[in-house]
Design a protein around this ligand. Structure first.
Ligand SMILES: [Ca+2]
Ligand SMILES: [Ca+2]
Length: 212
């Protein structure tokens, strides 16, 4: 993951030269029983001294989202997620950020795959989306939507109070929930190896390397 040369403007438009240079990952669909179109997601990461930046480009022919309040179950909408473990020497806890196309944040710390502490609320983050299509109108054909988020490194303090430097590794996964029941799909960067569609498996997170 490269450093940003200029702080991105968090507006949901991925026009920055740094985003164009950033390495891209695309999501896989491990659960063959899920039905509906396998719509492509491309995610990118950047960092600087203060923030971790994540962008998602989601192809989407039918954009839908209903939840509007902090900590609503945004994963039931068209949504993307970042699961972040800033201290890979432990596998007990990680941060979850689940964000829908309305730019609503559901943030929490998940502990021992049992205790979801949603009263953890990020401060100082920026989140924006940009849609090319119409939300909650199933009669037409949409193109897709983007999401752009900046998370201050200071917010990872409960698990890691040091600001990352070049050469550090964290582990993460990036996910997307897409579609309307019964045609609903979970895709992700690193296969969680769960039997049912479920992204929560910290032992299967991928490695994110901070590169100068
Ligand atoms: Ca931007
Ligand atoms: Ca929260």
């Amino acid at each position: 993951m490269r450093r940003a040369s200029v702080r991105p403007t968090i507006d949901g438009k991925l026009t920055e030269a740094d985003w164009k240079r950033a390495d891209a990952v695309t999501f896989q669909f491990p659960w063959t029983e899920q039905t509906g179109a396998k719509q492509k997601t491309t995610a990118r990461l950047l960092w600087d001294d203060e923030f971790l930046y994540i962008s998602y480009e989601c192809e989407d022919a039918d954009i839908t989202a209903h939840y509007t309040k902090r900590d609503d179950p945004t994963y039931k909408d068209d949504a993307v997620e970042a699961f972040i473990n800033p201290r890979p020497s432990q596998t007990d806890a990680y941060f979850g950020f689940e964000m829908n196309v309305r730019a609503v944040m559901f943030d929490y710390i998940y502990f021992q795959a049992k205790y979801l502490v949603k009263r953890m609320n990020l401060e100082g983050f920026q989140l924006a989306t940009h849609s090319n299509g119409t939300m909650n109108a199933s009669g037409d054909k949409d193109q897709g939507w983007n999401l752009e988020v900046a998370i201050p490194f200071s917010e990872f303090e409960p698990l890691n109070s040091t600001t990352p430097k070049a050469g550090d590794n964290w582990t993460i996964n990036l996910n997307r929930w897409d579609g309307v029941e019964p045609d609903r799909r979970l895709s992700l960067w690193s296969d969680s190896a769960m039997v049912q569609p479920n992204p929560h498996n910290i032992r299967r997170f991928g490695t994110m390397v901070f590169v100068r």
